[in-house]
Design a protein around this ligand. Structure first.
Ligand SMILES: [Zn+2]
Length: 67
């Protein structure tokens, strides 16, 4: 699952993979090189939210959320 967020430094787009993010990988902004990563204490929270999202998607009648 990949996503994009605006860079907090330059406003560029940082493309990230949520699962890789949860594994502790970091992603760099192509524009300014700022790195994006999850704080260790945030990983559990985000993993939890993602699990719920995944469950919701599986419950949907074949409907797909964009992205
Ligand atoms: Zn940037």
């Amino acid at each position: 699952m990949s996503g994009q967020i605006p860079c907090p430094d330059c406003g560029g787009i940082i493309v990230f993979d949520a699962h890789a993010l949860l594994r502790g990988e970091t992603f760099a902004c192509a524009g300014c090189g700022a790195s994006l990563g999850l704080a260790r204490e945030s990983v559990a929270t985000v993993a939890n939210a993602m699990a719920k999202l995944d469950a919701l998607r599986k419950q949907g009648d074949g409907r797909r959320a964009p992205g």
